[in-house]
Design a protein around this ligand. Structure first.
Ligand code: URQ
Ligand code: ZN
Ligand code: ZN
Length: 479
């Protein structure tokens, strides 16, 4: 089966040009002007952009969390992703306390077999002993894992302490894997939650009060400093505030390998949502880190524009209203998470490209290519060139839609962007050469998504010197 995407402007992270794209089977085989159909199915991209399928580096399909399970599963979530122009997600294996990490990995692999688009997994390190060290090596060498997640928040659940951080970071360095972080000081959050609740603030407005920017900035800086001493590259997920951005910027300007991710929602939604008089609405915005003031949003946009933040994500972790109601009388019990995988690309195009903040190439870099490069998926994923997977989107810059839970394809009864009108949307989405979204209709099939191996960066990462490596330690001769 061959397809010719004709008449569009191909946009990659490197630039844009008028070109046709020929696809045979699952791959791109030719990119150039005036290509003849030669019997191929022709998709007209006239007046539109042709971009690499979005890659969302941060999702939680059917995550067991806070006493419930996220309502979006791997089929519905990857289908909703395709409707919005995202063709791959990197999800998270999050082992239970003392759960063997390979057993957990296999559990998630089973859940993900229903996926409709490609996927991969970061594996969370939530506890430590020598078996974890051993199994991290097996996951890298035999299962294509090159990134390990560390939650510095969620005390008494999945939070890891500094001892685990240090041990796991050192292991990542040995393996050539990337250490990724949820950076909030979980001890501070825990104490602030009690204080705020005991002052009688039980509603969702208590959530951001228990997680101020300083709590995020401290953890981001601590993780970065530990990584600096050990010489291991780090990736900070869902940076939401100036404090975290400053920690990343300082480190990057000093030559440390630090990557930063920002969620689409943190760029366009502010903390006024927590003061909504409707409990249900306010509770649906309970996620961590929380939404911040417009001052933080402006700084995050500048961080993205300046290249201090490299990737955009959604942290797609859906809980329907009945699930959120577990915290009806206690904000600490509201399952943390929001949706958004379907709207990330459109929201970023509307508020990023149409606003003049980002060029189309920067948009492609931030929604696809940078993630592919950081997690070693490039150039199979994250670009349009001969040999790449045909994960491609015909992007109509003039297609307008109003975002709503009444029309979205996500399996959640709320949309954090409800009512937002955006211009710039996916007209056609292809997943490895298969049309999965066209004319406003999904045509995804369960199980057609594939797990994508991500090899470690043994050479590149090991080049990151530990700070103390510069001063070659020599023993003092005594006596
Ligand atoms: O912290 C995360 O990334 C997961 C548990 C989703 N929930 C959230 O509030 N961000
Ligand atoms: Zn997180
Ligand atoms: Zn997350």
């Amino acid at each position: 089966m061959s397809i010719l995407i004709r008449g569009g402007t191909v946009v990659t992270a490197e630039g844009e040009r008028r070109a046709d794209v020929r696809i045979v089977g699952e791959s791109v085989v030719e990119v150039g002007e005036g290509l003849s159909p030669d019997g191929a199915r022709v998709i007209d991209a006239g007046g539109a952009y042709v971009i690499p399928g979005g890659i969302d580096p941060h999702t939680h399909m059917e995550l067991p969390f806070m006493g419930t399970v996220a309502s979006e599963d791997f089929f519905t979530g990857t289908s909703a992703a395709a409707a919005g122009g995202t063709t791959m997600c990197i999800d998270f294996v999050i082992p239970g306390p003392k759960q063997n990490i390979i057993e957990a990995y296999k559990q998630w692999r089973g859940w993900a077999e229903k996926a409709a688009c490609d996927y991969s997994f970061h594996v969370a390190i939530t506890w430590w002993d020598e078996s974890v060290r051993r199994d991290m090596g097996i996951l890298c060498q035999e299962h294509g894992v090159n990134s390990f997640k560390h939650f510095m928040a969620y005390k008494n659940a999945i939070m890891c302490d500094d001892e685990t951080l240090v041990n796991s970071f050192k292991r990542c360095k040995e393996l050539g894997a990337l250490a990724t972080l949820h950076a909030e000081n979980g001890e501070l959050v825990y104490v602030l939650q009690q204080d705020i609740f005991n002052q009688g603030i039980t509603g969702p407005e208590g959530h951001p009060l228990s997680r101020p920017p300083e709590v995020e900035g401290e953890a981001a800086n601590r993780a970065i400093r530990i990584a600096e001493v050990l010489g291991v590259p780090v990736y900070i997920v869902h940076n939401s505030c100036i404090d975290a951005l400053e920690a990343i910027t300082r480190a990057r300007l000093e030559g440390q390998i630090v990557f930063g991710e920002v969620l689409a929602q943190h760029l366009v939604i502010d903390d006024s949502v927590y003061r909504n008089p409707d409990w249900r609405t306010a509770a649906h915005y309970v996620m961590s880190p929380p939404f911040r003031s417009k001052e933080h949003q402006a700084a995050l946009w500048k961080g993205l524009q300046a290249g201090m933040l490299q990737t955009t994500a959604t942290d797609h972790c859906c809980f329907c209203t009945p699930q959120k109601e577990a915290g009806k009388d206690d904000f600490r019990k509201i399952p943390n998470g929001t949706g958004g995988i379907e709207d990330r690309m459109g929201v970023l195009w509307h508020h990023g490209v149409r606003s003049g903040r980002l060029t189309p190439s920067q948009f492609v870099a931030a929604t696809s290519t940078n993630c592919a490069r950081i997690f070693n998926l490039y150039p199979k994923k994250g670009t349009i060139q001969v040999g790449a997977d045909a994960d491609i989107v015909v992007w109509d810059p003039n297609k307008t839609r109003t975002i709503s839970a009444s029309t979205h394809h996500q399996n959640i009864d709320f949309n954090i962007y409800e009512g937002m009108e955006i211009t710039g949307n996916a007209a056609v989405t292809l997943s490895r050469g298969r049309v999965v979204w066209s004319d406003g209709q999904l045509s995804t099939e369960r199980g057609t998504g594939r797990y994508v191996n991500r090899p470690c960066f043994a050479d590149f990462w090991s080049s990151q010197n530990a700070r103390n490596a510069a001063a070659v330690p020599t023993p003092v001769k005594r006596g």
